[in-house]
Design a binder for this molecule. Structure first.
Ligand code: FAD
Length: 319
């Protein structure tokens, strides 16, 4: 192995949690393989800081990447990877990971395993474990081409402790194509919680909430009381109780939190597809035969309108 490279994503210069998470895992894997860890960064961000999480070198591509443009991102990452020539690449299964990485891998002639939830070293190579069939089965993927690219669901590994020391920053020049998309306006949701895809705790509500008002007065305050992000089933979104950005599932977001509380959600296969790998699942449902209970770590056969305020009061009393 000549090294593991982590794609370190940032937003306006602040590294996302996944950058440290992936560098922490890469450091552990690199120690087992006897190799080094580097990172790739697009645009303006304090790249040297990544040394605190194990990157010895950071390949930084200058340029304006402030609004996402597939062609520019792929060209920038291609230049960074060609400069670093790693054997393995770890990236988050984020929007960028889903959109840019397969294009990049095709250009470089490598191989990719997507949405891994575990990574390990076996027989001197990396093996990525990824869910299949909406999480009903898992496959162990070993990639024989180089670079071997693994995209990883956020929160699959813990956050590493920051060490000391900075990384050596190597500036990589890339020929970036003119953007094919003109950004007219950007609307940022007025909320201060973590994005669902990266959230460590989620409280989701289903059709049983019956109205947007109930969703706002039951699901969101409970989520806030434990520092969680609110999510929703498609039935709740289709009924207008929550925006589409809150939808969890096959046609919504894939989440991987430490804690997932499902309030009045039946547990349809399309919902499970988006949250099944959550570490602890708590289900509250009046129907003891609801399918969600087959996947729940803790189940409460109860009315959510009675249980949610009690849970909220209990969490608030812990402050
Ligand atoms: C192609 C396709 C893609 C889809 N993609 C998604 C997706 O991304 N995400 C998704 O979620 N769904 C998706 N669906 C829809 C999915 O099949 C289900 O219809 C949906 O998940 C059901 O949402 P729900 O659990 O809120 O509603 P329901 O299935 O109606 O369940 C409501 C539950 O609430 C319980 N309940 C009622 N009152 C209370 C109460 N007071 N207290 C506690 N429990 C109560 C009931 O017992 C029931 O179990 C998709 C479907 C298709 C065909």
């Amino acid at each position: 192995m000549s090294g593991i490279l982590v794609i370190a994503e940032h937003e306006g210069g602040s590294f996302k949690k996944t950058a440290a998470e992936l560098l922490g895992k890469a450091t552990e894997l690199a120690a087992a393989l006897g190799t080094t860890v580097s990172a790739a960064v697009l645009g303006d961000a304090p790249a040297t800081e990544l040394g605190a999480f194990g990157a010895s070198k950071v390949y930084q591509v200058p340029g304006d990447f402030s609004s996402y443009d597939t062609d520019r991102v792929v060209a920038g990452l291609q230049a960074a990877l060609e400069a670093a020539s790693p054997d393995a690449v770890l990236a988050s299964a984020s929007f960028l990971g889903k959109d840019a990485m397969p294009r990049l891998v095709a250009r470089l002639g490598g191989g990719q395993a997507s949405e891994c939830t575990e990574l390990r070293v076996d027989g001197g190579t990396l093996v990525g474990r990824r869910p299949l069939y909406a999480g009903k089965a898992f496959a162990d993927a070993r990639i024989t081409r180089s670079p071997a690219v693994f995209t990883v669901r956020p929160n699959s590994f813990g956050q590493p402790e920051a060490g000391s020391g900075g990384a050596e920053v190597v500036e990589v020049s890339a020929e970036l194509p003119e953007p094919r998309i003109t950004l007219v306006e950007q609307k940022t949701p007025e909320r201060d919680d973590v994005d669902l895809s990266e959230a460590e705790r989620i409280v989701s509500g289903g059709r049983s909430l019956k109205s947007e008002d109930n969703f706002d007065s039951v699901v969101r305050p409970l989520a806030k009381s434990l520092g969680a992000t609110a999510g929703a089933s498609r039935a709740a979104v289709d009924a207008g109780y929550a925006p589409h950005g809150d939808q969890v599932g096959q046609t919504g977001k894939t989440v991987n939190p430490q804690l997932y509380i499902a309030l009045g959600i039946s547990g349809a296969i399309q919902h499970l597809a988006g949250m099944r790998t959550s570490k602890v699942i708590v289900a509250v449902n009046t129907d003891p035969d609801a399918p969600i209970f087959e996947h729940a770590t803790y189940g409460l056969v109860a009315d959510l309108f009675e249980v949610a305020p009690k849970l909220q009061a209990a969490f608030e009393s812990l402050d």
